[in-house]
Design a protein around this ligand. Sequence first.
Ligand SMILES: CCCCCCCC/C=C\C/C=C/C(=O)SCCNC(=O)CCNC(=O)[C@H](O)C(C)(C)COP(=O)(O)OP(=O)(O)OC[C@H]1O[C@@H](n2cnc3c(N)ncnc32)[C@H](O)[C@@H]1OP(=O)(O)O
Length: 299
Amino acid sequence: MAALAVLRRSAPARLLSGTLCVHSRVLAPWRQYQSNRHFSNDKILVEMDESTGVAVMKMKNPPVNGLSLELLTEFSISLEKLEIDRGCRGLILTSASPKVFSAGLDITEMCGKSAEHYAAFWKAVQEMWLKLFGSNMVTIAAINGSSPAGGCLMAMCCDYRIMADSPKYAIGLNETQLGIVAPFWFKDTMTHTVGSRVTEQSLQLGQMYPAPAALKFGLVDQLVPEDKVQITAAAAMAQWLSVPDHARQITKPMIRKPIVDRLVKQREADIDNFVSFISKESIQKSLQAYMDRLKQKKQ
Ligand SMILES: CCCCCCCC/C=C\C/C=C/C(=O)SCCNC(=O)CCNC(=O)[C@H](O)C(C)(C)COP(=O)(O)OP(=O)(O)OC[C@H]1O[C@@H](n2cnc3c(N)ncnc32)[C@H](O)[C@@H]1OP(=O)(O)O
């Protein structure tokens, strides 16, 4: 048993290759860590069921769960806490807002800010990805609404994806539609999920897929009625957790570690690329025009 416990705790460190640091500027203090094992900060709510060893993590950044620096930082801290918690074996990631899982990266974090801000923001995006894609736990995305770009990335980081069965909800990496480019590790994550050919086409076109289309080529694994997403995720989790932890935990990095290591080896260069790309006047204009279109859609 002791050996298994060591294995359980040592695997994430190996998989993440020493990437446990988080950006310290906006670390929100934990408000509480209550006896019923619910904890929350501003943007992330975690409910831990000790009897099953499953944590449900809800993003709560209304109206659309934009992945702001604050949310991303809280996410990484929360995930890190769960990762080192001996009692936690599985994570269900979902949204506290109906109709949107996550609108992806908060575009306002990438508009009109300083180079230092862009660097801190991108480091937090990398951190989220390294921790979630490299997690040692079973991770299931309960996608209860639309999930463009960074939202799709988060879902693809999970081991299994269950989405609300509605053509109103779409998922995909739509970066090119904004005039920006999905970085290589977004591309790697999609290739890992659906293969090269679909990724090549999806990324070039910046395609968003309604849930039924996403199921057809495996971008999501299962569609269920909207009100059954959470319960189905819990059932799927029970099935995944029926596999012995040690065997599953050795298997997962066989596939994922080389993908994680690719970013780990060039994190600083990736941040520099992002800062120089996003600071270009033409890119700032594209993002601003996209934000204007989003707002006009309402009028
Ligand atoms: C050489 C290589 C170099 C490599 C360099 C790498 C660069 C890579 C850079 C970045 C990668 C980017 C990843 C991303 O994730 S970008 C984000 C993409 N997201 C989207 O396109 C989603 C846009 N939003 C929507 O489609 C919809 O909002 C919705 C479907 C999610 C929800 O629709 P609905 O419920 O109808 O809500 P509204 O559209 O009315 O939106 C409400 C409110 O929220 C604002 N908003 C929406 N999305 C975002 C967002 N992502 N960021 C910030 N704000 C957002 C929207 O404008 C409304 O605001 P309001 O009018 O003020 O209320």
